[in-house]
Design a protein around this ligand. Sequence first.
Ligand code: SAM
Length: 329
Amino acid sequence: MLTDNHGREINYMRLAVTDRCNLRCFYCMPEDGLNWLSRSGLMSYEEMLRACRLLVKMGIEKIRITGGEPFVRKDIMLLLAGLAKIDGLKELSMTTNGVLTAPHIPEMKALGIKSVNLSLDTLDANRFFTITRRDEFASVMHTLDELLKHDIEVKINAVVMDGKNTRDIIPMVELTKDLPVSVRFIEEMPFNGDGHVYQGLSWDYVRILNEITSHYPAIKKLTDPAYSTAYNYQIPGHRGTVGIIAAYSRTFCGTCNRIRITPEGTLKNCLYDDGVLNIKDLMRSGISDNELEQNLLNAFSHRVADGWEAERKRVEKNGVHESMATIGG
Ligand code: SAM
């Protein structure tokens, strides 16, 4: 078992395969995009597979592919096919915005992908356009249909934004009535990529829960799975479930089991840290797997206690301002 200096098990990795995205969600990046990484600035698929094989040997059991938008990276299915073959990897999953996803679903299913996180902040096509600056609502809904048709577990992730989509909270909870999906409401975080100062949070997890309970007083708390970042609930009689993720309030760090690798190969021990090691540079310097493992173990033995400590350590470097697309969510 792989553990950190606080005795927390590390068994889950989120690997962001690109910083590029085909949406421009205003809370994630500026309208004209980011200063995208060059091809050589990205880890190659060979490098990703090497790192993943080693990390699985060390104790990682679950890998989630994220981005940017994973499906905008060329030949992404080749990477997924390579990952699916790694001995010891118990679960391979993805996070996607659903725009380009649908045609790949049969192959994803064949590779053993059982669960997909689909990002969707509203059920209204106009608000979708306002939030994402792209007219792609129909393709995302089509992806949702196809995932369900192929019996792939779907978690819908919705960022709750004051004045933008709070009127979508109840309609999105209503989705769980007939669909076997988990709709998860996420607190907005300061990763907007445009450097403006984050004004704090007006819709925290308590307010989101109050909004839901005032419409569904019979809502039941479920037992949260191990390492869950979401507080999980169900409305009696509904097929699906509802989750609330206190991503800004950071209530779940005590059981944090996850690490992240960015598209440029930076290892992050915490979503809010600044990166603790660059594995792409190490691999390109000709390091052996043994040496890479030692570097990784050293990084895991210096994990911060929680996301508040991680953020505090960054204050002198201007704090948190990068786009979530450079991290993977
Ligand atoms: N493109 C993929 C997708 O849309 O799921 C994967 C990458 S995206 C950066 C991962 C998740 O991060 C999405 O659910 C997105 O809504 C979320 N996200 C991006 N910026 C955020 C922010 N400032 N606060 C909270 N969540 C954010």
